[in-house]
Design a protein around this ligand. Structure first.
Ligand code: NAG
Ligand code: NAG
Length: 176
């Protein structure tokens, strides 16, 4: 009887300790994990070109890279899904693991003739958390491939790890 009571007490203490340790570990993980809870990426761009030009360049690039003849740089497997208002939508499938990500770009003209673009890409795999920068690169590769980053035009990109999985360490490996 006395032994059992002691056993229960030990159990309670042990359980409490486990709860505290697990809770602390989860808290630490949440504070150290800098990325969105689901593999995804939001990026904002400003291009010194009109939105109709930016739109047609991005769409052309998706068509150019629509085949499944992949090289090592993921310039393949894009599918253009169409436009709706100021948004164009597409899909990209990664080469090896065949993860499918959906993405879209929303284009808004600025007063000075530039075009403000919000890109968003999201893994269609519900449990995907880490993507090695795939969602970012889905978007960025189209921008670089269509040469929207070059020329005499204004070009700005911004994002952060908290809204773009592995933003700061992604290597899109295109023309670099
Ligand atoms: C763009 O993609 C995001 C994320 O998948 C989605 O929430 C949003 O509704 C999409 N926007 C349009 C206009 O399709
Ligand atoms: C880009 O910067 C603007 C202005 O600071 C901010 O409002 C916006 O949320 C940023 N975009 C992303 C995707 O982080």
């Amino acid at each position: 009887m006395g032994c059992c009571c002691c056993g229960c007490k030990c159990c309670c203490i042990l359980l409490a300790a486990v709860v505290i340790v697990v809770g602390a570990a989860l808290g630490l993980f949440a504070s150290l994990f800098p990325y969105p809870s689901h593999a995804s990426c939001k990026v904002d761009w400003v291009f010194g070109e009109s939105c109709p030009d930016v739109k047609s360049k991005l769409i052309n690039q998706m068509h150019k890279w629509s085949s499944n003849n992949c090289d090592s740089r993921q310039q393949c497997n894009y599918e253009y899904l169409g436009e709706e208002g100021s948004t164009i939508r597409g899909l990209h499938t990664t080469q090896v693991l065949k993860f499918v990500d959906k993405f879209n770009f929303t284009l808004n003209p600025g007063y000075d003739g530039s075009c403000y673009v919000k890109g968003i890409s999201e893994s269609l795999t519900p449990y995907a958390v880490i993507d090695f920068g795939a969602n970012y690169c889905n978007l960025r590769n189209l921008v670089i491939g269509s040469k929207l980053h070059s020329g005499d035009f204004a070009y700005k990109e911004n994002s952060t790890n908290s809204v773009c999985t592995m933003y700061s360490i992604a290597h899109c490996n295109l023309y670099t």
